[in-house]
Design a protein around this ligand. Structure first.
Ligand SMILES: C[S@@+](CC[C@H](N)C(=O)[O-])C[C@H]1O[C@@H](n2cnc3c(N)ncnc32)[C@H](O)[C@@H]1O
Ligand SMILES: [Zn+2]
Length: 279
């Protein structure tokens, strides 16, 4: 007997669209199907595989997703999770988390919004397996943020984007009138100490803020911008996970990572969270 489809997916069924032909889809047992007979079997882990054809342009590999899960499980970024719940509008029903990773922030927000349901989207299979079980009201789906989203116009109240790639035109399209976008990105001094210790770590583009506004401003009005900063004491395994969960892992040699495993360090978490209303 096959397992029932995850109940967290049900509130999204009306909004989901076929990634091939944009027709509505229906769910029968564990298969999503459009009227043109394109079909998508839910993954065993429970997420909806809606990547149309081509392989995704980017995404975390299994090791990065696993490192992210262990790092976030330490609670090290709990202050950021709390800040996100503070900044998000109070009355939201539908939350779309883009590049959701393990679903940590989506789950935190759902905890604070008992009437809301969420959908976490990512291209990383390993991340989606975590995201599909992050919260009982969180569904998960795979699609590439740089393509057209398999969602109807106006089908969400909040798009959450935490350290993830962005597609402002699609964010605006899938947001309902008056809907919001919440973006979290690193500030220039984010994890500065770690970046000094590990020379291969990717830096923060100093023009990041300017470039973000260039692309968002035509579509969104900025409601508020909140710096979130706190000190973090890291033991060696946690520091290793923190490096290993970032794209820097690809540029940092094994030796450098091993060097990090000795001793404890304090780092500054410094990010910017902003809330934007769809114009
Ligand atoms: C830095 S991680 C952030 C994850 C999560 N928001 C968090 O903060 O814990 C970026 C995430 O975006 C996903 N991602 C990268 N490229 C993507 C794409 N083209 N479409 C969808 N997700 C993508 C990665 O797989 C990864 O999980
Ligand atoms: Zn179709």
């Amino acid at each position: 007997m096959s397992r029932p489809a995850p109940s967290a997916l049900l509130p999204w069924l009306e909004s989901l669209r076929c990634p091939h032909c944009a027709e509505p889809v229906e769910l029968a047992e564990r298969t999503l199907r459009c009227s043109r007979h394109h079909s998508f079997d839910l993954a065993r882990a429970g997420y909806a595989p809606l990547l149309a054809g081509a392989s995704p342009t980017s995404g975390d590999d299994d090791d990065m997703a696993r490192a992210r899960d262990s790092f976030l499980a330490t609670g090290a970024y709990a202050p950021l999770r709390e800040a996100i719940a503070q900044i998000a509008p109070p009355h939201i029903r539908r939350i779309l988390d883009i590049g959701c990773g393990t679903g940590y922030y989506l789950a935190g927000l759902l905890e604070q919004r008992p009437d809301a349901h969420g959908l976490g989207v990512d291209t990383s299979v390993r991340a989606l397996r975590f995201a599909a079980r992050a919260h009982e009201r969180a569904a998960a789906a795979s699609w590439d943020v740089f393509t057209r989203f398999p969602l109807a116009d106006g089908s969400t109240d909040l798009v959450l984007d935490v350290f993830a790639p962005r597609h402002p035109e699609e964010f605006a399209r899938v947001l309902a009138p008056g809907g919001h976008l919440l973006v979290v990105r690193p500030a220039p001094d984010h994890l500065e100490q770690l970046r000094t210790a590990v020379p291969g770590m990717v830096g923060v583009d100093p023009r990041k803020e300017e470039r973000l506004h260039e692309v968002l401003d035509p579509l969104f009005t900025t409601v508020r911008t909140v710096p979130v900063s706190f000190a973090l004491a890291l033991d060696a395994p946690t520091a290793r996970d923190l490096v290993a969960m970032t794209p820097s892992a690809r540029h940092v040699g094994e030796q450098e990572l091993r060097a990090l495993l000795t001793g404890t360090s304090e780092v500054t978490v410094s990010v910017v969270a902003s809330l934007h209303r769809r114009r």
